[in-house]
Design a protein around this ligand. Structure first.
Ligand code: KIV
Length: 308
């Protein structure tokens, strides 16, 4: 069993050119499977809102949602480094509230680190969290909690001004003590430039090949949704959605066709137990437990007389 990585290990992985693998997970079975597969970092992302809870954005996800799901993931992946998202408006609202919400995610959820969206504007809160002993992962580029302000899910950093702002954000987060930064939907050349500039690892999603690690969403790589939406930045590794749909459809057909349950899925009983229901001679459960008690008594008597 592999030991859980630490932020020191993750920083060393960047120095050693050893790419970091991160994937989201939201519940016990996904966490168990991710750990068994040898993943470096699990992210309990607030993409939970989209892929598990059925919202259109991550904005409705609450602190309670994140605590509940992080706890389930922590039970399933005891040897994997777990990062949890601070959801919309639980940070960036003043140090004291941010620290209180962060404490709940760490203590009640059981994560090893927190991820916050934003750059220079949240750097002072990142610093406060780090000073309080909480490892922080930054997240810049396309930040889904600000989707309405960004005007939709579009690639970031194409314009000079945007690219400069993202570079400044990344440096501000590093200076504030973040141990890693997610770069989401950022042009490949900009992500590569930021990764070279920083001493902490960058973890890309839709940010090309120059990052120090990659992160994707569990349901995306497994096509675990319906309808499945193809995204350019995602590579799918299995089609679980089709497998599950076909399996459920077979179950429905077998129940309706009287094929399931078959004899091997059923439990038998002595005919007497059923005869008794219709007034025939049979052994009741009272008699049967009485018989059992009598058998035990006589065994005890035999044991005592054999050993005295
Ligand atoms: O919530 C999430 O899944 C994320 C990843 C897309 C990085 O933040």
């Amino acid at each position: 069993m592999r030991k859980r990585l630490t932020i020191t290990n993750l920083k060393k992985m960047k120095q050693d050119n050893n790419p970091i693998s991160m994937l989201t997970a939201y519940d016990y079975p996904s966490a168990v499977l991710a750990e068994e597969a040898g993943l470096d970092v699990i992210l309990v992302g607030d993409s939970l809102g989209n892929v598990v809870l059925g919202y259109d954005t991550t904005i409705p996800v609450t602190l309670e949602d994140m605590i509940y799901h992080t706890r389930a993931v922590a039970r399933g992946a005891k040897n994997t480094f777990i990062v949890t998202d601070m959801p919309f408006m639980t940070y960036g609202i003043g140090r004291e509230s941010t620290l209180r919400n962060a404490a709940r995610l760490m203590q009640e959820g059981g994560a090893q680190a927190l991820k916050l969206e934003g750059g220079t504007e949240i750097a002072s809160e990142v610093e406060a969290l780090v000073k309080a002993g909480i490892p922080v992962m930054g997240h810049i580029g396309l930040t889904p909690q600000s989707v309405h302000q960004l005007g939709g899910y579009r690639v970031q950093g194409k314009l000079d001004k945007e690219a400069q702002k993202l570079m400044d954000d990344a440096k501000a987060l590093e200076a504030a003590g973040a141990f890693a930064i997610v770069l989401e939907l950022v042009t490949e050349p900009l992500a590569e430039a930021i990764s070279k500039e920083l001493s902490i690892p960058t973890i890309g999603i839709g940010a090309g090949r120059g990052c120090d690690g990659q992160v994707l969403v569990y349901h995306d790589i497994l096509q675990y949704s319906s309808p499945y939406i193809d995204k350019k930045m995602v590579k799918t590794y299995a089609d679980i959605g089709t497998t599950i749909r076909n399996a459920i459809s077979s179950y429905v057909n077998e129940v309706k066709g009287g094929v399931f349950p078959a004899e091997e899925h059923s439990f038998g009983a002595k005919p007497a137990a059923i005869n008794h229901l219709y007034g025939g001679a049979g052994e009741t459960s009272d008699q049967s437990s009485g018989n059992q008690a009598t058998r035990e008594e006589s065994q005890k008597r035999d044991f005592v007389s054999n050993h005295s």
